[in-house]
Design a protein around this ligand. Structure first.
Ligand code: 3EB
Length: 349
């Protein structure tokens, strides 16, 4: 392989660890590339956290991202661009934005647009132009924001920023999730790289960027999943927040067990759809997922559905992180997002 190719394929790896195991990776002179923490302490620079309560008995967990090969001298740079904090090795970038609404005195639409503007500036400056995955956390997502639900306000500002930056807001939009937190900052985390991932849709669902206007004046900007070559012959599948939606409609109102089963069918469909674009083979029972539950009292019911479908000893069941969060439609009780890695290569659709 020519050195040029080698540089393009700086490998990316991810592992899900307990808080103590993830913190043990950092020494006084070295921190891992980056991590996304669930229930982890605030103030760990390389591990931005989410302001949502962990409902699973394992407690705080982290997805730790590694870049480069051990001992290859990979240098991680960190910095800020406007309101975005980031870490990059020149091939991959993990960034975080936390915007305190009260302190800013702007509407959520304006804040979302500003956040995404700085996010895109970050990607351009770091030469990692392609978003692989975005995680959005909005305080009081279902609350009214002066005549428009706050999630819909967010969608307005987000889509506007995509247009402004000349980025794909429909086909080719990044994989994402958008959840509600009770309080705290508007929090956005993002993983970007040098190569564009392949977008994946779910044939059981209308593409979210084509939702009818009944769900808000501007559509949500995300693809159902994305496939990325992460080097060393591995392919990552990033699955966006997935819920009990068929077509564009919420199904199984008020029934969290049926919503969880429908969500698993949608995850299965996304995986099948991804298989048309890669030689890698993924399996529902091997996903590393985050399960967002609106009502903490529903946690056991959702866990039972997952364990009945996939086995209590499946990696999916054993690695699942359960978080208390609001889902972007008030009739949705549960949402699951995930990532998974398998050997293979990408194929054009
Ligand atoms: C849905 O399918 C559920 O606005 O970025 C899932 C994933 C959802 C991402 C987003 C919203 C988003 O429409 C909600």
């Amino acid at each position: 392989m020519r050195p040029q190719d080698d540089r393009l394929h700086s490998p990316l790896r991810v592992e899900r660890l307990s808080l103590p195991d993830s913190l043990a990776l950092a020494t006084h002179s070295h921190a891992p590339f980056a991590a996304l923490g669930y229930g982890t302490p605030h103030g760990v620079a390389w591990m931005p956290t989410v302001n949502a309560r962990v409902l699973s008995p394992q407690g705080a967990m982290a997805d730790v991202w590694h870049v480069g090969h051990a001992g290859d001298g990979t240098q991680v740079r960190s910095g800020t661009t406007g309101i975005a904090r980031w870490r990059t090795d020149g091939h991959w970038l993990l960034g975080a934005i936390d915007l305190d609404e009260a302190a800013e005195g702007q509407s959520l639409t304006e804040l979302a647009q500003r956040a995404y503007r700085d996010l895109f500036r970050t990607l351009d400056q770091a030469d990692t132009p392609h978003l692989q995955r975005i995680w959005n956390y909005l305080p009081r997502i279902n609350a009214d924001g002066g005549g428009l639900e706050r999630y819909r306000q967010f969608n307005l500002g987000r889509q506007e920023a995509f247009f402004e930056a000349g980025r794909a807001a429909f086909e080719g939009a990044p994989a994402a999730c958008a959840l509600g937190i009770r309080q705290g900052a508007l929090s956005i985390r993002f993983l970007a790289g040098r190569a564009a991932p392949l977008p994946v849709e779910n044939p059981r669902q209308v593409s979210a960027y084509r939702y009818p206007e009944t769900y808000g004046p501007r559509s949500p900007t995300f693809s159902r999943a994305a496939l990325a070559d992460i080097g060393d012959g591995q392919v990552a599948l990033f699955i966006s927040g997935t819920a009990s939606i068929v077509g564009h409609e919420t199904v199984h109102h008020g029934d969290v067990r049926e919503q969880a089963r429908e969500t698993l069918r949608n995850l299965e469909a996304v995986i099948a759809s991804a298989h048309a674009q890669t030689t890698a083979r993924f399996s529902l029972d091997a996903l590393d997922c985050v399960v967002y539950v609106r009502h903490p009292s529903d946690t056991e019911a959702v866990r039972e559905v997952i364990e009945a479908a996939l086995g209590a000893q499946s990696p999916m069941a054993r690695h699942a992180v359960y978080l208390e969060a609001d889902i972007c439609r008030s009739d949705l009780l549960v949402e699951i997002e995930a990532h998974t890695v398998a050997a293979g290569r990408l194929q054009a659709a």
